[in-house]
Design a protein around this ligand. Structure first.
Ligand code: ADP
Ligand code: MG
Ligand code: MG
Length: 909
């Protein structure tokens, strides 16, 4: 049988999964010899056992937070055993009438879920022991204050009674006593309040408040177990992607009292500023207070530094402990403490949350202090934090009027005129206005509005709502779930809590990184980190930039994965090079067929003879060659992977409806255009039910003679020209959508032929590679055959995801992804982060098979997953040679590639 209960002295900080974060750290502090009130921890395993029994007992009513059922087998006995030991240590019994031992019953899961689950203080008080407490402490007021706190916490948390009832009773009592603050209530007022609370409990739970201390304890433990499954906890876990089945531990901790008078109090402290990372004394302190009073904002706290003047001995001791904790945890710690009549007690510590900027600064400081090395420092920051530092930001010095704060669903800083429907968004954006689409929530019908808007603001829904999922997918700034806003779409306005009303056309600013919503237009500035990447600022101008630069350098030094960029034009190519790209992993050529060149594509499609087709291709050739020359020049000396034309040709033609109308109107007005009529026939002929699965990629190259050879010629002529100009071009020709080696062989033979011609014509020796994308399951499965003809593979994980799941991103993301996320079918969109079990398995398969045929096969990935942190760690493990992503994500990929290597070292695989 497993052990369900551990004494604080029996655990340590690495046992978070079993003891929860709070329990593990209480154990660690106990073993460091710090003043922690004695206690014990009931494991998460016990919680899981309880929840499993709950579920099989009652399928119909999922947990509502109240306590049902019973403790798992054996738990009650173990609690008894540990409780007796605790009573021995403390020299008093739980709830003992003349001198009661009181305990807190505290939730604490492995992952931090701030404010999500419950804690009950002062367990063990009843109508008798409250008298004992009063005598022992020599304070009637204190005893009744503690009791009323127990009653309200127990009533709310354990018995599921609406907390407002207790709040109202407190307010009434204050009014009656003619006082403002709870502190001014005397012992008698508080005693009256206790009676009132007991009535509320009896009325709303149908039974009197349990007087038996042990029954209080057991019920509180069950309630903490049950609080794992409150609606808000479930919601929070879904948003933070915390697994639903971990359960919470429960800590039973002997009470210490900050509410014993002015020589007592409670506070929170940080060993460094979590906002900036600066070292100093950060925290808040509140005299004569207990538990959550500090953060509840019921009275004004004083800055922690003021504690020096209030209680110098405790202050000095606290500072000493803070330093010890930092040196022990080697990181920013946050701390809860209480002072009871001049004696300091530590109630909690954990590695503190911090802003992205603070994360980089602190990592650097810890290295400077010799506390950690640079490898470890890489683990203290994430690519996601770096990405946040790279978004444009609202100028911190600028004036702003905060309207409200919602959820930070998709990062960035967006300013625009508020519009309340998609039609207006599209219309105004079409006139060059910047708009922010404001909705209660979005639906698939809002897609065109979201595309047109610079930002999206909703008053409902969380981070997996439609608005959030779609905005992230398209890189739009989004704040969602700003539920303090009253959005009236019909009337075309919304109102904020202070009565401010924003009408259609009024400017607002939204910060997708913080969730803040501002009135008016707040000036936006480029991030300092980006200016440094761009070479516009020195790294020593700013301590944040210096910290980032140092870790980037280290990541580059340790990483094995190369990082390339997806870039289609010289400007993007140059930028990605400044951002540290080591080549181009994907240069798409379809953009080169748009604009004025669309007409040339029409000629190609409408060609009625080989001559006409050749003419059309010949007209495209010089344009393509110029494009490639520019890109090869920008990336001189670095590999440039150019993908031959991928999308179906009809994408370059006018839409069927539009063209039909045009032809019909022309016919009706007696001015028919022959060309349009022919075009219409072509559009009809080329129409596909499923274009994604139709005539595209290598299939085009095979079906339209001369198309791929024209593109290959343009690439190779550009390379020859660059060489003649003294450059070092390194083109890699990539064939898309190959499913069978035969396809690749056909196209490759033609390309080699063209290369020979170009070499003869120019007298230049050409070096280039021919390879393929792996983006179809069949290609992955037959990678051994395909590697016979391919010198490199580049995994097109966007298409590979679509083809593996059998859904088209453009269609499904807006249509049902938010429901899939809500229902937990996947925790994150497979387009955001690689589906490692499915798509990842195909990648691994292809790597193995491809390398079996050709050991020096060069392997990369060019889907957007190449810039996603989790996916990059997977690609490192899969043994790819490089990842490629959009220029802006190149630094993130460099950092994560470095972290991925350090990971491998740490886990030993
Ligand atoms: P949370 O996880 O929400 O911080 P805690 O379990 O830490 O909840 O407890 C809530 C509050 O009660 C905190 O301020 C904590 O410091 C205080 N508290 C918890 N246990 C005790 C105790 N044994 N004595 C005094 N205060 C306590
Ligand atoms: Mg706490
Ligand atoms: Mg593709």
């Amino acid at each position: 049988m497993s052990t369900f209960v551990y004494d604080f002295a029996e655990g340590n900080k690495d046992q978070k999964d079993l003891l929860g974060g709070k329990g593990a750290n209480l154990a660690e502090m106990t073993n460091l010899g710090l003043p922690v009130p004695p206690g014990f921890t009931i494991t998460t395993e016990a919680c899981r056992a309880y929840l499993a029994a709950e579920e099989s007992r009652d399928h119909a009513t999922p947990g509502d937070g109240g306590a049902h059922g019973a403790l798992p087998d054996g738990l009650a006995e173990e609690i008894t055993e540990h409780l007796e030991r605790l009573e021995e240590t403390m020299g008093k019994k739980l709830g003992q009438a003349d001198d009661p031992l009181l305990v807190s019953v505290r939730s604490g899961a492995a992952a931090s879920m701030p404010g999500m689950m419950e804690t009950v203080l002062n367990v063990g008080l009843n109508d008798e022991s409250v008298q004992g407490l009063a005598r022992q402490s020599d304070s009637e007021r204190f005893a009744w204050d503690s009791y009323r706190r127990l009653l309200s916490m127990f009533g709310r948390t354990v018995l599921g009674i609406d907390g407002d009832l207790f709040e109202e009773a407190l307010e009434q009592r204050k009014e009656k006593a003619g006082v403002e603050a709870d502190l001014e209530l005397g012992a008698e007022d508080l005693q009256g309040l206790v009676r009132g609370y007991q009535e509320i409990i009896e009325e709303h739970s149908g039974r009197p408040f349990p007087q038996d201390p042990r029954e209080q304890l057991d019920l509180a433990v069950l309630a903490v177990f049950g609080s794992w499954n409150t609606e808000r906890a479930i919601l929070y876990r879904r948003q933070e992607r915390i697994p639903a089945d971990l359960g919470t531990a429960v800590n039973i901790c002997s009470m210490v009292f900050g509410n014993l008078g002015d020589d007592s109090g409670t506070g929170v402290a940080f060993t460094r500023d979590p906002a900036s990372g600066a070292q100093g004394i950060y925290g808040d302190y509140l005299q004569n207070a207990q538990g959550e009073d500090v953060v509840a904002g019921i009275r004004n706290t004083v800055p922690l530094a003021d504690l020096e003047g209030i209680d110098k001995t405790s202050y000095d001791e606290l500072l000493g402990i803070m330093q010890r904790l930092e040196e022990h945890y080697l990181d920013l710690c946050d701390i809860e403490f209480t002072i009871e009549r001049g004696k300091l007690w530590m109630l909690q510590t954990r590695i503190g949350k911090r802003t992205p900027g603070a994360a980089f600064r602190i990592a650097g400081q810890l290295v400077d202090q010799g506390l950690i090395d640079l490898d470890e420092a890489l683990h203290r920051v994430t690519g996601a934090q770096l990405a946040q530092l790279m978004f444009p930001q609202f100028d911190p010095a600028a004036d702003r009027e905060l309207l409200t704060k919602g959820m930070n669903a998709s990062p960035g800083a967006a300013v625009g005129k508020a519009v309340f429907d998609s039609e207006t968004a599209v219309e105004w954006a079409g006139k060059g206005e910047k708009v922010i689409l404001v909705r209660r929530e979005t639906t698939p019908d809002d897609l065109h509005g979201m595309v047109a808007a610079t930002g999206v603001l909703t008053s409902r829904g969380g981070k997996t709502s439609h608005a959030a999922v779609v905005a992230r997918g398209m890189g739009r700034t989004c704040v969602c779930g700003a539920d303090a806003l009253d959005v009236d779409v019909r009337a075309g306005h919304f109102s904020a809590p202070d009565g401010v009303v924003i009408e259609e056309g009024d400017e607002i600013s939204i910060d997708g990184t913080t969730g803040e919503v501002f009135r008016g237009s707040v000036p936006v500035m480029d991030s300092a980190v980006v200016r440094w990447f761009e070479g516009e600022a020195d790294s020593d101008e700013d301590d944040l930039v210096a910290a980032v630069a140092r870790l980037m350098e280290h990541a580059d030094g340790v990483r094995r994965l190369g990082v390339r960029a997806n870039a289609d034009n010289p400007a993007d190519a140059s930028r990605s090079r400044r951002f540290g790209a080591q080549g181009i992993g994907l240069c798409r050529t379809e953009h080169m067929f748009l604009g004025e060149r669309r007409e040339l594509v029409e000629h190609l499609i409408l060609a009625r003879s080989d001559e006409e087709r050749d003419e059309a291709l010949a007209a495209l050739l010089p344009h393509q060659r110029d494009d490639f020359t520019g890109i090869l020049e920008a990336m001189d000396g670095l590999p440039v992977t150019i993908r031959l034309l991928d999308p179906p040709l009809h994408e370059f033609l006018p839409g069927l409806t539009e063209l039909s109308m045009k032809v019909a109107v022309a016919d009706a007005t007696g001015r028919p255009s022959k060309r349009d009529a022919r075009l219409l026939t072509a559009v009809k002929r080329m129409h596909e039910e499923n274009p994604m699965l139709g005539l595209r990629g290598v299939r085009l190259g095979i079906v339209i003679p001369g198309l791929f050879t024209m593109q290959a010629r343009a690439i190779l002529e550009a390379a020859a020209a660059r060489k003649q100009a003294g450059g070092d071009p390194r083109p890699e020709i990539m064939i898309p959508l190959v499913a069978a080696v035969q396809e690749l062989e056909l196209v490759k033979t033609d390309i080699i032929e063209v290369a020979r011609e170009v070499e003869q014509e120019t007298g230049v020796d050409l070096e280039f590679k021919v390879g393929t994308m792996i983006e179809l399951p069949r290609a992955a499965m037959t990678a051994d055959e395909i590697a016979e003809a391919a010198e490199f593979f580049s995994f097109g994980t966007n298409d590979l995801t679509q083809m593996t799941w059998g859904f088209s991103r453009d269609d499904v993301e807006a249509a049902f992804f938010s429901q899939y996320l809500e229902k937990g079918i996947f925790g994150v969109s497979p387009f955001e982060s690689l589906d490692q079990a499915g798509v990842g398995a195909l990648v691994q398969q292809a790597v193995e098979r491809g390398r079996a045929t050709r050991p020096d096969l060069h392997l990369g990935v060019c889907g957007e997953h190449g810039g996603d942190p989790d996916s990059i760690h997977f690609f490192e493990r899969a043994g790819l040679d490089y990842v490629s992503c959009s220029p802006f994500r190149v630094p993130v990929a460099r950092l994560e590639a470095g972290r991925a290597v350090a990971d491998r070292g740490a886990s030993g695989d």
